[in-house]
Write a new protein. Sequence first.
Length: 86
Amino acid sequence: MPHLHFTPQLRRFTETPQLHCEAGSVREALEAAFMLNPKLRGYVLDDQGDLRPNVAVFVDGRRTLDPAAPLGADSQVHVLQALSGG
């Protein structure tokens, strides 16, 4: 079952559940997290349902920009908020 991880940067703003979920795609895994905390959606997705430019998603160590990216049975999905500044 895929495992969804959020990095600590997002926890500064809202709860970020770490969960195992039945999901065939990144979007399905994210939707499972949004069911637990609807406020999280606005930090991860834009108004069109696409990943925000400051959010990076890695599936099994490879970055994806596609919320429809498929997940394997044991995929590890990491959602991070990119930091900027100096």
